[in-house]
Design a protein around this ligand. Structure first.
Ligand code: GDP
Length: 617
């Protein structure tokens, strides 16, 4: 490495905030401050840190260097530095690329409706509850209260509005969060009174807790004969949800989504929680929010359902979301009506974007159409570049589900190539994110392609070319695609329930994973005498101190506490006879494979490798 030896220590440091990528090397860091790599290395040495010019630096070291120069820096993850620049272009002078809390600056702004997500175990009644609320309490409108499924809806209770995200379950919630978007203010945890707390109940409450979102428990199906709400309450206490009736502060409402019992009370409870949370947003701000759903509509083009989180979105606004941009052509509310504006906490469909936006992406209103298009184009450029990189990685040496086991057996870290097709963008994101989490050091899912829509011949040919398995979520292959898949031996798996999908892939992956071993000591013997046997070599006359010494077992040879050799027992004799095993308290002769340097007092320790049960957690 060529580290310039001259110093530039007197050069002025650039003014203003300098954006630095995390884990930068001195070679790249120096020039940002008009310094050389050598300056950086020298500084690190003065701090007692020996680093080379090409070694990654910790955040602390980067900060120390910047502080020393009196420079203002911001450390971001690789790739994010461009995003910071784009935010500046969009007119945000803030530091909060990672900070999704748009409420922060809203002190003194008017209250806004709460945004609520329904979670819980499968079949506990999440969908029924969402339907019940939607149909019973829809905001009265000219369309006669008929709602459209646009991914979220608003309902009214005693003059107050509540916004519900229309995708039940925690997968979508988590997918959003993993993209840095937090759309939800309150979680309703639905637990069926006849079934109690189940695995997904626990998952859901953990997700809500991780997001620090208040939880309101709805004990559902209380109309059922075998309903036992009290048992649910007791179970919940195990997860730190202490119901008010038990002296805690968790709000619990007994309901029957089927028979419309307790629904209004549940809404009242939600309003109480919302009031306590003091959710505020300034309707006069430039609109910002998050994309909940998006799809390509024949006739209308790309359609995105967005949740406005702050500000007011208006027809004609220049919007940008990820690589999609456009002047808002029309806004359609949850009743299918065309509206001109949408304020905080309002879900609304947006028409006029250049392409299908990604669920979970933030949207903002740009200062001008020109800026919107520039930002979107820049993002698209990076996305293409990084996806080219990904595709190249995916097609080189990836494997399909059925071949991956061999790859692992060869001791290679295996890539599981997948093509994901789903019905809508939201579920596509949810499936992808959940699959990503299954990654282990041995197997990593790689996405060759992800898309919305049915499984087509294009997908099959791509799968064939890249050794991929096709996963369909709420979509199926057409007949032609199926025939082609059979001919080309492409595997297609289709699912309707996300946890079934994950369960399948996960168990396949556990089955595929190379077993992991732990070493268990089985016995030890002390060397007391050394015999030389012609043509065989040295034999250790031993006394078995602990456990059992078994022929063929693995050995660590220990001298004064240090392992000096590892191998296995070649021969084991008691008196003149071959023995299969010798227990503690007996003497024996031990011959070791190719190890001859025996000394009195050495210890021969035998051990076994036992397989540890694997699971992916
Ligand atoms: P999800 O998987 O959590 O969305 O559950 P669904 O809303 O699809 O409900 C699962 C099943 O439970 C459906 O057959 C519903 O009709 C039924 N169900 C939902 N709520 C109630 C209820 O309050 N009482 C009874 N008896 N059945 C219910």
């Amino acid at each position: 490495m060529n580290v310039p030896s001259y110093s530039s220590q007197d050069a002025p440091v650039p003014v203003g905030q300098i954006v630095i990528e995390r884990a930068i090397t001195p070679l790249d860091l120096g020039p940002r401050f008009n310094r050389t790599a050598a300056d950086v290395v020298r500084f690190m040495m003065q701090q007692g840190e020996m680093v080379t010019a090409t070694q990654s630096l910790s955040d602390e070291l980067i900060e120390a260097f910047a502080n020393d120069l009196g420079a203002d820096i911001k450390i971001v993850n690789p790739g994010e530095e461009q995003e910071v620049e784009l935010r500046k272009m969009l007119g945000f002078d803030d530091d909060d690329v990672e900070d999704d809390d748009v409420d922060e600056d809203a002190e003194g702004a008017p209250l806004r409706p709460p945004v609520i997500t329904v979670m819980g175990h499968v079949d506990h009644g999440k969908t029924k509850l969402l339907d019940r609320i939607r149909n019973a309490n829809v905001v009265d409108g000219e369309a006669g209260g008929i709602t459209q499924h646009i991914g979220a809806y608003q309902t009214e209770r005693n003059g107050a509005l509540l916004t519900f995200i229309d995708t039940p379950g925690h997968e979508a919630f988590t997918a959003m969060r993993s993209r840095g978007a937090q759309a939800t203010d309150i979680v309703i945890l639905v637990v069926a009174a006849d079934d109690g707390v189940m695995p997904q109940t626990i998952e859901a409450l953990n997700h809500a807790k991780a997001a620090e979102v208040p939880i309101v428990v709805a004990v559902n199906k209380i109309d059922r004969e075998n309903a036992n709400p009290q048992r649910v309450l007791t179970q919940l206490t195990e997860y730190d949800l202490i119901p008010e009736s038990f002296g805690g502060d968790t709000i619990v409402q007994e309901i029957s989504a089927l028979q419309d019992i307790g629904i209004d009370e549940l809404l009242d409870q939600l309003l109480v929680v919302s009031e306590l949370a003091e959710l505020r947003a300034d309707p006069d701000d430039r609109a910002q929010g998050v994309v909940l759903e998006s799809n390509l509509d024949i006739g209308r083009g790309p359609v995105a359902t967005v949740l406005v989180q702050t500000g007011t979105l208006k027809v004609g606004d220049p919007m940008v979301s990820g690589a999609a941009w456009g002047r808002v052509r029309a806004l359609i509310n949850d009743r299918g009506e065309s509206v001109k504006v949408a304020g905080p906490s309002t879900p609304v469909q947006v028409l006029g974007l250049s392409e299908v936006a990604e669920a979970g992406d933030e949207f903002v209103i740009a200062p001008s159409e020109k800026v919107a298009s520039k930002v979107a184009d820049t993002r698209e450029h990076w996305q293409r570049q990084s996806s080219l990189g990904r595709d190249a990685a995916a097609t080189s040496g990836g494997a399909r589900l059925e071949d991956i086991f061999e790859q692992i057996q060869r001791g290679e870290a295996a890539k599981l190539n997948l093509i994901i097709k789903a019905d809508v963008n939201g579920s596509l994101e949810a499936v992808t994110d959940s699959l990503r989490k299954l990654e282990t050091p041995e197997v990593s899912p790689t996405f060759v392609h992800r898309g919305v829509g049915g499984i087509t011949e294009n997908d099959i040919s791509l799968a064939g070319a890249s050794n991929a398995t096709i996963i369909g979520f709420n979509v199926r292959p057409d007949r032609k695609a199926r025939e082609m898949a059979e001919a080309e031996h492409v595997e297609i798996r289709t699912y309707e329930i996300i946890y079934k999908l994950l369960e399948d892939i996960e168990s396949a992956m556990v089955g595929m994973l190379a077993p992991e071993f732990e070493e268990v000591v089985t016995g030890d013997a002390e060397v007391r005498e050394i015999f030389s046997v012609p043509r065989i070599g040295k034999i250790a006359g031993c006394y078995v101190q602990n456990g059992v010494i078994t022929r063929g077992s693995k050995v660590r040879f220990i001298r004064e506490g240090t392992i000096i050799w590892k191998g296995d027992i070649k021969s084991l004799r008691r008196f003149k006879e071959d023995a299969r095993e010798v227990a503690a308290g007996y003497e024996c002769g031990i011959g070791l494979s190719d190890f001859q340097d025996l000394k009195e007092g050495d210890i021969i320790e035998t051990y076994e490798e036992r397989e540890i049960e694997r699971s992916i957690s």
